[in-house]
Design a protein around this ligand. Structure first.
Ligand code: PMV
Length: 375
């Protein structure tokens, strides 16, 4: 039996969420929290998807799948096309999911079947496999758990089907060539589209390419330089849907373009200033640079509130951070989910602990002190 193990990281968007949907730049960096996938061949003729984090354990017969999905068009392995509404409905029908059900966990099953079928359909037969994915990332909290799911899935299936080759690195880790990463990212983006509707692609790109990225109009560039930032990730535990939040901003934009345009442009200016700041700062930022970065974080949080993607719980995190002399903003789609708090390099452990306690007392989940960026 063949076994493939792959992991893909989550991310924080530092600046540019939502604005990126309107062609503005966004910057994001990977987190050291990942989704871990195991793909195994099976001796029976079933395929299985197991996602214990969201209580999914589904099995489908290969023969039924071959029969049920034969009419769907997903392009070719090297030039795939996104799943249309009709294709999504057909897969939902096949999987016994209600057509109206757009829960992320259900759409993850649709994305799995689409990626599996799309990649294997050019082979003579569909293989019996089981796919198990467990994540360090909280689900649906803006840290890119669905992108890490789509990326690890696309990578595992492309690799199993022989379309990409993993390269062994030092310490047993594996990676792919740039052209293989492009293939993984293309398929992962299609998975993200099934799950989120019309995502910008920033989440799957950062999860595929790693490091720190700038993304604009679908184009990805590695940031020239990014200092190592220490951040605290705080989960409001308020569930939200990226699709709904993006649609809400779009509705406001359509109603009040003259008001929304300047807000989105101001976010873009913040992203640019942050990039410039990174370019000229040392790997450990000076107190002055930390203050500027903090001001920009604060300004962006206010603009995101103006766009309508804030939440009272996020306001409370930002207020608690301010009280302790820190800066914080939501990350990802907002409306709940996670915020990050920038922790200046000279912060003492006792100060951090005191802040942590304050957030815990308010019922927040402060599980992750992590670093982002660095070279
Ligand atoms: O799904 P999240 O929470 O990581 O948010 C993605 C960022 C948005 O800009 C809100 C949407 C997008 O597609 O870029």
């Amino acid at each position: 039996p063949v076994e493939i193990r792959i992991s893909a990281p989550g991310k924080v968007i530092l600046h540019g969420e939502h604005a990126v949907v309107y062609g503005k730049a966004a910057i994001a960096a990977t987190l050291n929290l990942r989704s871990h996938l195991t793909l195994k061949t099976r001796l029976d003729s079933m395929i299985q998807l197991e996602l214990p984090d969201v209580n999914i354990n589904e099995e489908f017969s290969v023969a039924a799948l071959q029969e049920g999905l034969q009419s769907i068009d997903c392009g070719s392995v090297h030039d795939p096309i996104p799943a249309s509404e009709e294709v999504i409905s057909l897969i939902k029908k096949f999987a016994g999911i209600d057509i109206e059900n757009n829960e992320t966990r259900m759409l993850a099953i649709v994305a799995f079947l689409f990626i599996y079928y799309g990649i294997f359909k050019e082979k003579r037969e569909l293989p019996a496999i089981s796919v198990y994915i467990k994540s360090d990332l909280p689900v649906g909290a803006g840290l890119g758990s669905s992108a890490a799911f789509s990326v690890s899935l696309a990578a595992a299936i492309l690799q199993f089907a022989g379309y990409i080759d993993s390269i062994k690195e030092a310490e047993g880790a594996s990676t792919w060539s740039t052209s293989d990463k492009r293939k993984i990212n293309n398929w992962a983006f299609l998975g993200e589209k099934v799950i989120h509707g019309r995502p910008s692609g920033i989440d799957n790109s950062i999860s595929t390419y790693g490091g720190a990225l700038r993304m604009q109009n679908g184009e990805i560039t590695q940031l020239d330089k990014m200092p190592t930032l220490s951040v605290l990730l705080v989960n409001t535990k308020v569930p939200r849907s990226t699709m709904t939040l993006v649609a809400g901003v779009r509705q406001k934009y359509n109603l009040y373009p003259d008001v929304m345009e300047p807000i989105i442009n101001a976010v873009e200016a913040i992203t640019k200033r942050t990039e410039d700041l990174f370019k000229f700062s040392a790997d450990t930022m000076s107190p002055d640079d930390v203050k500027t970065l903090g001001d920009l974080i604060d300004l962006n949080q206010n603009l995101l509130n103006a766009m309508g993607v804030g939440h009272p719980t996020l306001d409370r995190i930002v207020a608690a951070a301010k009280k302790h002399g820190f800066y914080s903003k939501l990350t990802g789609a907002g409306g709940g989910g996670c915020a990050f708090v920038l922790i200046p390099p000279d912060t003492s452990d006792s100060h951090l602990q005191y802040f942590n306690q304050d957030l815990n007392d308010q019922g927040f989940d402060v599980r992750w002190k992590t670093t982002v960026g660095g070279q």
